[in-house]
Design a protein around this ligand. Structure first.
Ligand code: HEC
Ligand code: HEC
Ligand code: HEC
Ligand code: HEC
Ligand code: HEC
Length: 336
């Protein structure tokens, strides 16, 4: 049995690279931290665990977002903004097209933003999922949209278009063949977890459903660049001696460019230190949407002097931040 599993792993076309992720801790940026109406969702009665995770994301607040509402005010056709902020279910959508919008007049539905149905409701009223676990609660079907490459297609449907301050960074993911290289949106933005798919397994046995097992799933709490710990993972840093000087490089490790939103800016301060830790020289690098880093692209900071170590400090400005936030603070040795 064991050798069979090993063989299966070896013959897979490409191993998925999943980031090991920490709990999400986004900084306050003037948006509501949670959609506190999550319990109104019919799904929440059984999937409270998932609903609470989702409620703390900008998917849940995509309509409530005060910056979104502010921008709608002076739009002659605000409906044109609704496609991705209050979408109809994406099942059956044509790749390369935008999702269809829900009717904003149905305010009771609008305030749920990118809701559960957007990603999970099938064209026949069935629930699409990664497993197809059978239950008396609803028809479930394993779907290409919730597994493998389809999961990324789901994200790309809304994240590949430039609109207002938003840069369609999912285009980078497609153009640089990230899926073929073992990367996925979900692999970096939704932490892999083992759990029961429902919050209260005991209550379901009364419905005549089979006993619940823990299954492999994903936290719905999106990892966001407003979280300093997650943002730091965007850059792989190194320092090495280069002739009579020193070169510090930052490589973009994301599946798309950084940053991907107008109004976001990184200021990276590099300080060259000697063996005693005394400052030798200092330089600053700024990245924003006009000077963004493409996938695997490197930015270099060149010093004309040599040193033993480099101290790096990174500050992040994002729309709504009161002040710039520290997301990177490390010392790295200079490789010879
Ligand atoms: C094709 C899908 C799509 C459409 C259509 C769309 N948006 Fe968005 N919008 C997004 C995505 C994706 C983000 C998140 C981007 C990010 O966080 O980098 C976003 C984020 C935003 C934000 C928040 C930016 C911030 O500061 O965090 C605002 C404001 C916004 N959109 C306004 C609009 C307006 C106004 C329209 C209509 C002109 C519109 N959107 C239409 C996909 C869309
Ligand atoms: C009455 C309880 C109940 C309600 C309400 C409910 N579900 Fe479920 N759901 C279940 C049970 C039970 C399972 C099977 C879990 C298992 O076997 O691990 C399930 C499974 C799922 C799955 C996994 C499907 C798969 O591929 O295995 C998804 C996705 C899902 N539900 C989404 C939803 C959404 C979205 C809603 C709201 C529109 C919803 N559910 C409403 C009880 C419910
Ligand atoms: C129906 C459209 C839609 C789909 C599908 C979608 N998104 Fe989004 N996403 C949005 C919108 C709209 C926003 C921004 C809302 C706002 O800021 O007002 C957003 C925001 C985000 C953010 C920024 C989060 C933050 O807190 O700054 C990330 C990351 C993200 N989405 C990842 C994903 C991933 C991964 C998937 C696929 C599993 C996905 N999205 C699918 C529309 C979508
Ligand atoms: C932006 C798309 C998106 C939205 C919105 C979304 N989901 Fe999911 N959901 C996914 C993806 C992708 C997976 C598959 C994860 C995997 O690979 O196991 C998933 C998996 C699930 C599962 C299986 C359990 C697990 O832990 O993976 C359940 C149950 C579920 N979703 C319920 C919900 C409910 C309830 C909501 C609303 C509160 C919701 N989802 C909103 C994309 C979404
Ligand atoms: C290898 C890991 C990785 C992959 C793959 C990946 N991301 Fe990201 N993503 C990150 C990191 C790290 C950040 C934070 C850096 C930044 O500010 O852009 C980020 C930022 C974002 C943002 C916020 C952009 C901004 O500037 O506001 C969105 C939206 C997003 N990702 C969506 C996606 C979608 C959609 C996909 C798949 C098409 C995807 N990501 C694939 C790691 C990844």
């Amino acid at each position: 049995m064991r050798s069979w599993i090993l063989l299966a792993a070896l013959t897979l076309p490409c191993a998925r690279e999943d980031w090991k992720l920490e709990a999400v801790r986004p900084l306050a940026d003037g948006r509501p931290v949670e959609n506190d109406k999550w319990h109104e969702l019919s799904c929440a009665g059984c999937h409270e665990n998932v609903a609470r995770e989702w409620a703390r994301t900008t998917h849940a607040t995509a309509w409530l977002d005060p910056r979104y509402q502010e921008e709608l005010k002076d739009k002659r056709k605000p409906e044109a903004c609704h496609n991705c902020h209050i979408p109809q279910p994406l099942s059956g959508f044509e790749p390369g097209t935008k999702p269809k919008p829900r009717d904003a007049a149905q305010a009771a539905v609008a305030h749920m933003g990118v809701d559960c149905n957007a990603c999970h409701l099938g064209t026949q009223g069935e629930i699409l999922g990664p497993v197809g676990a059978q239950t008396k609660a609803h028809a479930s079907k394993k779907s290409a949209l919730l597994t493998e490459e389809g999961q990324s297609q789901l994200c790309i449907a809304c994240h590949a278009t430039n609109v207002g301050p938003v840069i369609g960074i999912a285009k980078d993911f497609v153009e640089t063949s990230q899926w073929e290289k073992g990367k996925s949106c979900v692999g970096c933005h939704m932490q892999a977890i083992e759990r029961e798919f429902v919050s209260d397994p005991a209550s379901h046995e009364k419905n005549g459903d089979p006993a619940y097992v823990k299954r492999a799933g994903r936290s719905h709490e999106l990892q966001t660049p407003r979280d300093p710990g997650f943002l730091a993972r965007a850059f792989e840093v190194s320092a090495s001696a280069a002739g009579a000087g020193t070169r510090v490089t930052l490589r973009n490790a994301c599946g798309h460019r950084v940053p991907g939103l107008i109004g976001r800016e990184f200021e990276i301060e590099a300080e060259l230190l000697d063996a005693q830790g005394r400052s030798v020289d200092k330089q600053t690098l700024v990245l924003d949407h006009t000077r963004s880093l493409g996938v695997d692209e490197e930015a270099a900071i060149e010093f004309s002097k040599t040193g033993a170590k480099v101290r790096l400090r990174g500050l992040h400005q994002s729309p709504g931040f009161e002040k710039r936030a520290l997301f990177l603070e490390i010392e790295i040795p200079v490789a010879r």
